[in-house]
Design a protein around this ligand. Sequence first.
Ligand code: PMP
Length: 325
Amino acid sequence: MRNTLWDAVGDTPLLRIASLSQRTGCELFGKAEFMNPGGSIKDRAAKGMIRDAEAKGLLKPGATIVEGTAGNTGIGLAVLGIERGYRVVVTMPDNQAREKYEYLESMGVDVRKVPVVPFANPAHFFHQARALAETNGWWWANQFENVANGDFHSETTGKEIWEQTEGRVDVLVASTGTGGTLGGVSRYLKEKNPALEVVLLDPHGSGLFCHFTEGKIEGSGSSITEGIGIMRLTENFKRARIDAALRVSDQEMIEMLYHLARTDALVVGTSAALNVRGAYEVAKKYQGSGKRIVTFLCDHGSRYASKVFNAEFLASKGLVERPLP
Ligand code: PMP
């Protein structure tokens, strides 16, 4: 029985993306993570980290949870934390889609917006969350370095994909934020099938593509995607097993976002659209092979409607809606 939000995390469908499978002669699948109770893949990280902290005695009844987040981890911690009697405080960069602040505020979460600054600046949301924890004696989830995040993905996301594909998965394609998803899932699936190919996707402005190809963390430009891209190596990411890396532009991401919405009725967020675009590029390379390519539909497009379905916003970023090539 799944009669709590806690128990409703995971066991998401693995959806076959019909239009792209047909175009490429491969089998493209998206793990429907927007169907988690808080609406994103980060509900898994939240559950894994809360479970671990409770088991270690770090989180006691009535405690306050604090986290630095692009929004989804905060939503996951709130959805599960409130149900378990915790108070939740989040620090968030101030340039995220307003829908995420609104969701958090609707649950009574204390949202502290901070300016977008480089990681070295103490005003960065990561350092601000740690400082609040230290000052107030709150529990800091620390999704970037806390490997209970990636461990939970091995245990659930990886295992589910293996079972849902009946052990027939050829390529795993994913962008990364904390590295929890990619670290956990790539580790689990490679153990099951060492021949699995893992492709890291990276938006502009993130340093991981360059890290993989040239060994240095560098990234130019920027991206409107939220929750992915990073300029440092986290403990969760260090566990990832990666064979290839691909950069995906915002324009390519937007083309896929509209294609999925209009052709497959899959209205997904920016990281999911970027993931599927990457999976599609890989599928074109393997045209006609029937290879099974799996990626993540991290959250729902409604969470970004004020941006991605807003013509003025797109124009301001030089992005155009045009058919998928
Ligand atoms: N997509 C979205 C929408 C997210 O919020 C996040 C988490 N920041 C990710 C992808 C990346 O997941 P992970 O942190 O597991 O790398």
